[in-house]
Design a protein around this ligand. Structure first.
Ligand code: NDP
Length: 264
C-alpha cells in the first residue's frame, strides 16, 4: 500500500524512545523527513543519526523540554529556519504518574498539565500556520486508554490525558476548514521502557519481577493477553497520517488489544 507520505515533514515530540521512536522509524520508512524532540540530547542525537543512515531521510534533532513554553518557542524557531512548513505534528511526549489525589501537590498537577496538555496546545497553535503554508496537515495526539478508563494509581495521568483528548476534539473542529485533520490515538498496554520502569517500581511492592508484573497485568486487563509492541501501534499512526485516512477527523482510536470495556 502506498501511503503517499514520501517527502513530507513530521515533527514528533518524544521521538527518541518507545512509541515515539517506533512512529518516527515507521514514518521514515515511508520517506518522511523528521524533526524529533526530547530532553536527553545524547540519546536523541544518536537516534536521529541512526534513523538518517537507516532510511536516508532528513532528521533534525532538537533537545527540548516540551512542558516549557520557551523550549516550544525555540523548537518552532529552529523548524522555521530550516523549513517552509510542516505536514505532520505528533504530540507524543508524556509519561505515567503515581500518586493519591489527597496528597499530590499542585506542582505535580501543573507539570503533567504542561506536559500532556499545554505542550499540545502550544505546538498546535504554532504549527497550524506552518501547515497552512503547505495547504493542510495532520495533527495526532497520543493520549491513552486511561483518558477514558482510568488506572487507579495514576489519577493525574488519567485526568491530563482526558483533557488532551477533549482538546484534540475541539481543535479538530477548528482546524478542518484549513484541511488539517486532528485525531487522537488511545493506546492500551504498549511495551516500552516507560512501562518497564513502572513495572519494576510497582512489582517490587508485591514481590514480583518486572516481567512477572507485566505478564500478570496483560492477562488480567486485555482480552488479547499480552502487551502490544510499539511497532504494532506505529502502523496505526502511519495510516492516520496518510491521505488514505482523509475522512478521519476529530476521532479517538483505541489500539488496546480489546482492553476498553465499553462500546465507544
Ligand atoms: P517512553 O518513556 O518510552 O518515551 C517517552 C518519550 O518522551 C521519550 O522520548 C522522552 O525523552 C520524551 N519526553 C518525556 N518527557 C518529555 C518532556 N518533558 N519534554 C520532551 N520530551 C519528553 O514512553 P512511551 O513511549 O511509553 O509513551 C509515549 C506516549 O504514549 C506518552 O505520552 C504515553 O503517555 C503514551 N502512552 C503510552 C502507553 C504505553 O503503554 N507505553 C499507553 C498509552 C499511552 P526524554 O526523556 O529524553 O525527554
Amino acid at each position: 500500500m502506498d501511503v503517499q507520505l514520501k517527502g513530507k515533514l513530521a515533527l514528533i515530540t518524544g521521538g527518541s524512545v518507545g512509541i515515539g521512536l517506533a512512529v518516527s522509524k515507521a514514518l521514515a520508512k515511508e520517506g518522511v523527513n523528521l524533526v524529533l524532540c526530547a530532553r536527553d540530547k545524547e540519546r536523541l542525537r544518536k537516534v536521529c543519526k541512526d534513523i538518517q543512515s537507516e532510511f536516508g531521510v532528513e532528521v533534525m534533532a532538537i533537545a527540548a523540554d516540551v512542558s516549557k513554553s520557551d523550549d516550544i518557542n525555540s523548537i518552532i524557531e529552529k523548524v522555521k529556519s530550516a523549513y517552509d512548513g510542516i505536514d505532520i505534528l505528533i504530540n507524543n511526549a508524556g509519561t505515567g504518574s503515581e500518586e493519591k489525589i489527597i496528597d499530590a501537590p499542585d506542582e505535580k498537577w501543573q507539570y503533567y498539565w504542561d506536559l500532556h496538555v499545554m505542550a499540545a496546545v502550544r505546538l498546535s497553535r504554532a504549527v497550524i500556520p506552518l501547515m497552512q503554508n503547505k495547504g493542510g496537515g495532520v495533527i495526532l495526539n497520543n493520549a491513552s486508554i486511561c483518558a477514558k478508563q482510568p488506572l487507579g494509581y495514576e489519577p493525574i495521568y488519567n485526568t491530563t490525558k482526558a483533557a488532551l483528548s477533549m482538546f484534540s476534539k475541539c481543535l479538530a473542529n477548528e482546524a478542518i476548514p484549513f484541511n488539517i485533520r486532528v485525531n487522537t490515538v488511545n493506546p492500551g498496554l504498549i511495551l516500552t521502557p516507560d512501562w518497564k520502569k513502572t513495572a519494576s517500581a510497582l512489582g517490587e511492592k508485591e514481590g514480583l519481577t518486572a516481567d512477572q508484573y507485566l505478564d500478570r497485568l496483560a492477562k488480567e486487563y486485555t482480552p488479547i493477553g499480552r502487551f502490544g509492541t510499539p511497532e504494532e501501534l506505529a502502523h496505526f499512526f502511519v495510516f492516520l497520517c496518510s491521505p488514505l485516512a482523509s475522512y478521519s477527523v476529530g476521532s479517538t482510536y483505541y489500539v488496546d488489544g480489546g482492553w476498553l470495556n465499553v462500546v465507544e
